[in-house]
Design a protein around this ligand. Structure first.
Ligand code: ZN
Length: 219
């Protein structure tokens, strides 16, 4: 993950970090700090906004509203993503493109694909205001520039339990060369060609090199 984004991501929400896209880190693990959830069979992500930073004057951020602005009046990441969604809904901007990474176990992140930020709102939970962001998966990064002329098919995330099963089965290594670095969850038969995202038998671990080699062959 860090190699791909060219930096080490400390924060879960990073608006426009790459110049052309944003990056968020999600987790649906039971002990995750935020309630992210997957809908529509994996094509939609409902992502929770983030709390105020913990500090001596803010010992328990979970007890207060998630902030839209910092104390100095600058937009927080919640505020920036909210503005992005509002601009899109108002028809003044294209939807923000967001790369989504998911923590599948400690120290192991998987790329869940590219999404569009299409909605945002606040809601009350446990007596405080939290942000929610709705993101829809985009078929592939190659399609970004083609979407005005061709209807797009939403893609789907590989469910977390399938990823964990595949990780265990493949021993955390590329099935071609045994590398344990920069691994990707690869569809044996591509999703766009009818391959399943929900059975471990159609998913395998590949290193970045073998993932790209395979993609080049298919395209
Ligand atoms: Zn490999």
């Amino acid at each position: 993950m860090c190699n791909r984004e060219g930096l080490s991501l400390q924060r879960g929400m990073n608006f426009r970090i790459g110049g052309t896209h944003s990056v968020i880190l999600m987790s649906v693990r039971p002990n995750a700090p935020y309630q992210d959830r997957v809908e529509d069979a994996g094509s939609t992500l409902i992502y929770e906004g983030h709390d105020a930073p913990k500090s001596t004057s803010m010992p328990n951020p979970k007890l207060v509203d998630q902030p839209e602005k910092s104390r100095t009046g600058r937009l927080t990441e919640n505020g920036k993503f909210l503005r992005g969604a509002q601009s899109y809904k108002a028809g003044v901007k294209d939807p923000e493109l967001v790369r989504v990474y998911e923590k599948i176990k400690s120290g192991i992140w998987s790329y869940n694909g590219l999404f569009r930020l299409i909605d945002a709102w606040t809601e009350f939970a446990n007596n405080r205001r939290i942000f929610k962001f709705k993101l829809r998966a985009v078929e592939s990064e190659l399609n970004i520039n083609k979407t005005r002329t061709s209807p797009e098919v939403p893609t789907r995330m590989i469910p977390t339990n399938v990823k964990r099963e595949v990780w265990r089965r493949d021993g955390g290594k590329c099935v071609v060369c045994g590398s344990d670095r920069n691994l990707h969850f690869d569809h044996v038969i591509p999703w766009s060609k009818g391959g399943s995202s929900i059975t471990a038998s159609n998913i395998q671990l590949l290193c970045a090199k073998h993932n790209i080699e395979k993609r080049d062959r298919i395209i």
